[in-house]
Ligand binder design. Structure first.
Ligand code: XIL
Length: 346
């Protein structure tokens, strides 16, 4: 096979997150790769609350309409990301005109209006929604957020219930990072069980794949794939990228320096990726795709968080101005050795 979607057509969907320019058709070289290689797309930012619903009663649907049309015209599985999250959600959502916290009833009403309007508009067109994103701490407890603080745990079931009402045909997912940590993955499984016990539809768990060259281990990822499948829902690897640069959150067991400042280690490879690191990246992608293939009966979709090294958010995170190399395509839109290695795992 020459393309990712052909290589894995009997296994799982393979996709990429699109940024505004790509979704709008203003990035023709990336678009060529997207159409050629992928059979599913995700919206990197354009369906987040702050983007699609920036002010009360004001919706900005143009980018999302173009994104959905691109996916549909190319027969892709179109993903929505995300309805309820603590990030990239405007503060007005949680406040009254005086800036005081709104009541539970008001916040639930705003959540419902948002989900009805956004998920409802793309009913029958967006095939799967990340309904709730990142609601857990790494220890598996529910994360403090305005959603949790104002509504209580019920915010989870309400979000899924509203999403199902607005888009009855769409698959509905819970999505989070560090899902290779057993406590966190078990927290996600608890959320899913709780929904199922209440008769609320939930179809899968997305494990964000923001991983490093060494961590998490293949065994850790595998244990979570198995545990999630055991819970009876689909497993998806969402937001896949392999950061070649040091990142405190990938240094397992190391103390996380919350205040860490710009450090030359975070901009090591400004003149290109050294061969030795390129080889490590290729090996890492080989190992994880071998694992995905092994569990292709459990995994429904693998989505890269970007298309080329140039458009990856990892050039700006955890600090701005880095030069990272996490994707399968380089800054000149050329496939990297890791691309061929991934195809060859099929
Ligand atoms: C990131 C985008 O890639 C960036 O462009 C944006 O500035 C911040 O958000 N987890 C998620 C994604 O669920 O929505 C985030 O995307 C990356 C982490």
């Amino acid at each position: 096979p020459q393309t990712l979607k052909e290589a894995f057509e009997d296994d799982f969907y393979v996709g990429a997150a699109l940024n505004y320019r790509q979704a709008n058709g203003n990035a023709p070289q990336a678009t060529e790769i997207i159409k050629e290689q992928f059979n599913t797309v995700s919206p990197e930012n354009l369906l987040k609350w702050e983007s699609v619903h920036p002010k009360p009663g004001i919706f900005n649907f143009e980018p999302a309409d173009k994104y959905v049309a691109l996916g549909q015209q190319n027969n892709m599985f179109v993903v929505g990301h995300t309805l309820v999250w603590h990030n990239q959600t405007p503060t007005w959502v949680f406040e009254d005109e005086q800036g005081n916290a709104v009541s539970k009833e008001v916040l639930l009403q705003r959540m419902q209006e948002h989900i009805d309007t956004v998920a409802g508009r793309y009913r029958g067109k967006i095939n799967g929604w990340d309904v709730v994103n990142e609601a857990l701490n790494d220890d598996g407890t529910l994360r403090q957020s305005k959603w949790l603080n104002i509504i209580g745990e019920e915010f989870l079931e309400k979000a899924f219930q509203f999403a199902h009402e607005a888009a009855p045909d769409a698959e509905l997912y819970y999505n989070d990072y560090n899902m290779w940590k057993p406590e966190k993955r078990d927290g996600a499984i608890r959320i899913v069980r709780n929904l199922q016990n209440k008769g609320i539809k939930v179809d899968g768990i997305g494990m964000q794949g923001h991983w490093g060259l060494e961590n998490p281990s293949i065994e850790q990822i595998e244990a979570s794939i198995e545990a999630i499948a055991q819970a009876g829902v689909k497993v998806m690897i969402t937001e896949l990228d392999i950061d070649v640069l040091p990142n405190p959150s990938n240094r397992q067991g190391a103390d996380i320096d919350a205040t860490f400042e710009f450090d030359e280690r975070y901009n090591l490879y400004t003149t290109g990726l050294p061969d030795s690191v390129q080889q490590k990246l290729t090996q890492r992608y080989t190992d994880i795709f071998d694992l995905f293939r092994k569990h292709s009966d459990k995994i429904s979709r693998i989505t890269f968080w970007g298309v080329t090294d140039n458009d990856s958010w990892l050039n700006d995170w955890p600090i701005k101005g880095r030069t990272s190399y996490p994707m399968l395509f380089d800054r000149n839109y050329q496939p990297k050795p890791a691309f061929n290695a991934v195809i060859n795992t099929a």
